[in-house]
Design a protein around this ligand. Structure first.
Ligand SMILES: CC1=C(CCC(=O)O)c2cc3nc(cc4[nH]c(cc5[nH]c(cc1n2)c(C)c5CCC(=O)O)c(CCC(=O)O)c4C)C(CCC(=O)O)=C3C
Ligand SMILES: [Fe+2]
Length: 340
C-alpha cells in the first residue's frame, strides 16, 4: 500500500482501488517484480557498455520506491558527476510515460548541479521491434507445441490503457500514444509475416487492445479491454492468440497479473489457445538499442548529427521534447526537464 500510494499520489485514486491492486501484488509475494527487472536490465547494460569500451557508470533511481531517484541523483553529484543521461524504462509518448518522468527528473535534480538529458522516446527503435518479433515467433511456436495451428492464430497487441484526454494530449506534439503503438504493432506483424510466410495482418490493421484500466467507471479510457477482445475473437471463430505486450518493456505487475493471470483465465474459459509473448526485458537487440540511443544522445550533445535508427515510416522520438509534449492536464505549469 505505501508503494501504491506513492504511485498515485495526488491523482485521486480511491483506497478501495488500491486495495484491489494490492491483492494482485500479494499473489506474487507482496512485492513488485519491477526492481528485479531493473537490476537485470542494468547488469545487461553494464555488460554492453563494457563491450563497447564505455566507462560511464550506471545509477538507478525509482520514482515511487527505493532506491529513490532523488537519493540517486544526490549520490551521482556527490560522486563528482556533472552530466546525467536518463534512460527511462518507458518507451512511448503520453503524460504517464514521458512527461511524468521528466517532471520527476526535474524534482529530483533540482537541488543538484547536475545537467540532465534523456534518450528519445524509443518504442519505434528497430531493436525494440526485433525483441517483440522474436517473442511473437516463440509464442507461435508455443501454440504449435500445445497442439494449435500457429498459422491461424491471432496476434493481439496490448498496452496500458490511459484516460482518453491523456491520449489526445499525447498527440499534440507527437503522433501520439495510440499511433506509436500502431506503428510498432504493424511493423512487428510485417516482420513476423516475412519470417513465417503467414500473413497475420490479412489486410487488416493490427489488433491493438488495452489492459490495466483504472479511474472512475464513467471516465473515458482507451478501449477495447483485452478481456473483451478475447471474447469477441472467440465468438468470431479464433482458436488461439498470441498476446504481445508491446506497451511494457519488462514483466511488470500489469503483465504478470493483468495478462498472465487475468487474461489467461479469460482465454481458458473461452477455450482459446493463449501464449503471452515475452517483453523486451534483456533481449540483446533491445539492450544494444538502448546503448545505441545513449551513444546517439551523447553525439547530439557534442553537436553532431548521428543517424537515428527508426522503423520504416515511424516518427523519431524527441530527445528534447517540445514544451507542449504530453501535457500534464491537471497541473499544466508543473516544471519538467528535457524540453524547450
Ligand atoms: C502508460 C502507463 C504505463 C506504461 C509506461 C511506464 O512504464 O511508465 C504505466 C506503468 C506502470 N504503472 C505501474 C503501477 C501503477 N499504475 C497505476 C495507475 C496508472 N498508470 C497509468 C499509466 C501507465 N502506467 C495511469 C494513467 C494510471 C492511473 C492513475 C495515474 O494517472 O497515475 C497504479 C494505481 C493503481 C491502478 O489504478 O491500477 C499503479 C499501482 C507500474 C509498476 C508495476 C509494477 O509494480 O510492476 C508501471 C511500470
Ligand atoms: Fe501505471
Amino acid at each position: 500500500m505505501p508503494f501504491l500510494r506513492n504511485v498515485t499520489r495526488g491523482r485521486g485514486i480511491p483506497d478501495e482501488r488500491l486495495e484491489v491492486v494490492g491483492e494482485h501484488y500479494y499473489l506474487f509475494g507482496g512485492r513488485s517484480p519491477i526492481n528485479d527487472q531493473c537490476r537485470a536490465l542494468i547488469a545487461a547494460l553494464e555488460k554492453e557498455f563494457a563491450d563497447r569500451g564505455l566507462e560511464t557508470p550506471i545509477y538507478w533511481g525509482n520514482r515511487n520506491w527505493e532506491p529513490y531517484l532523488t537519493d540517486t541523483l544526490q549520490q551521482a553529484g556527490a560522486d563528482g558527476h556533472r552530466r546525467v543521461l536518463a534512460i527511462t524504462t518507458s518507451a512511448y509518448p503520453s503524460y504517464s510515460s514521458c512527461r511524468q518522468y521528466r517532471e520527476n527528473l526535474y524534482d529530483a535534480g533540482h537541488d543538484t548541479s547536475l545537467s540532465i538529458d534523456r534518450i528519445r522516446q524509443y518504442a519505434d527503435h528497430p531493436g525494440f521491434v526485433t525483441a517483440s518479433v522474436d517473442a511473437v515467433r516463440a509464442g507461435l511456436a508455443q501454440l504449435g507445441a500445445e497442439g494449435h495451428d500457429p498459422a491461424s492464430a491471432r496476434l493481439v497487441y496490448v498496452t496500458h490503457s490511459i484516460p482518453s484526454p491523456m491520449a489526445e494530449a499525447s498527440a499534440r506534439a507527437t503522433r501520439g500514444y495510440e499511433s506509436w503503438h500502431r506503428a510498432v504493432a504493424d511493423e512487428v506483424t510485417r516482420q513476423v509475416a516475412a519470417a513465417t510466410g503467414v500473413d497475420y495482418a490479412g489486410g487488416h490493421d493490427s489488433d491493438l487492445v488495452y489492459c490495466s484500466r483504472s479511474g472512475a467507471p464513467g471516465q473515458p479510457w482507451l478501449e477495447p479491454d483485452i478481456n473483451d477482445r478475447l471474447r469477441e475473437s472467440a465468438a468470431d471463430g479464433t482458436k488461439a492468440v498470441v498476446v504481445v505486450p508491446i506497451g511494457f518493456i519488462s514483466d511488470h505487475m500489469e503483465v504478470i497479473y493483468d495478462l498472465d493471470t487475468e487474461a489467461a483465465e479469460t482465454a481458458r474459459e473461452l477455450g482459446l489457445g493463449f501464449a503471452r509473448a515475452a517483453t523486451a526485458g534483456t533481449h540483446p537487440a533491445f539492450v544494444a538499442a538502448l546503448v545505441d540511443l545513449v551513444e546517439e544522445r551523447a553525439a547530439i550533445a557534442r553537436g553532431e548529427q548521428p543517424e537515428q535508427a527508426v522503423i520504416p515510416g515511424a516518427e523519431i522520438g524527441a530527445v528534447v521534447c517540445p514544451v507542449d509534449c504530453c501535457l500534464n492536464l491537471r497541473q499544466p505549469d508543473r516544471p519538467a526537464l528535457c524540453q524547450r
